[in-house]
Design a protein around this ligand. Structure first.
Ligand SMILES: [Zn+2]
Length: 199
């Protein structure tokens, strides 16, 4: 309790509260966080990660998003992809970008079907986690830059393909990092406390 009270939120801090509606892999989660931290390195945003939990204490954050993960965020192959579904989404209300991004792990597994079918469990979890990271990084761009616009290339382009999710690396272009950096150093848009479990 005291340790949490002593934590002083940074001005450029962004807390990501993660809610999973089905089981997830710790390997995937760790890889996802690393991928996003790498993607946002140039944006000046300092990330704090928490998992939403009912039986927890209160913490205060300077900026916060609540990320919802749909489906099974583990390495098992999904169904063979039929129609393309959204890998992630960020909601917009009255022209404003809302801070409730979603990641659809079932759609990610469907898109990576062929690859996941030929990988062992650990490597599969790692690939799913990296893909989750790229999808959520894309949604965080919309929120941090406060825009629905897309880039021609990199993590902020309109549609991420299996090749994008499996590539050795994928980054934001300089222009998109600059947009996020401008907002990260601006006064906070809101402050909030929430019940969370430390991760
Ligand atoms: Zn987008």
């Amino acid at each position: 309790m005291h340790a949490q009270e002593a934590r002083r939120p940074l001005r450029n801090e962004l807390a990501v509260l993660m809610g999973f509606d089905q089981p997830y892999s710790p390997v995937s989660l760790k890889e996802m966080k690393g991928e996003i931290e790498s993607a946002l390195k140039d944006s000046g945003v300092a990330l704090e990660w928490r998992i939403i939990d009912k039986s927890t204490s209160n913490e205060t954050f300077t900026n916060l998003v609540v990320a919802r993960f749909r489906g099974r965020c583990v390495s098992e192959p999904g169904e063979r992809p039929r129609g393309a579904g959204a890998l992630g989404r960020t909601h917009v209300s009255d022209g404003a970008i809302l801070t409730f991004p979603e990641v659809d792990c079932d759609q990610i597994r469907n898109l990576l079907y062929a690859q996941l079918a030929s990988e062992n469990r650990i490597r599969g979890d790692w690939l799913v986690g990296r893909a989750m990271g790229r999808v959520l990084a894309h949604e965080l761009y919309h929120i941090l830059a406060n825009t629905g616009a897309h880039a021609r290339s990199g993590l902020a382009k309109a549609a991420l393909t299996p090749a994008d999710l499996l590539a050795g690396s994928l980054h934001f272009e300089g222009k998109q990092s600059a947009e996020m950096r401008r907002n990260a150093l601006a006064p906070p848009r809101f402050a909030i406390s929430a019940a969370v479990r430390s991760e």
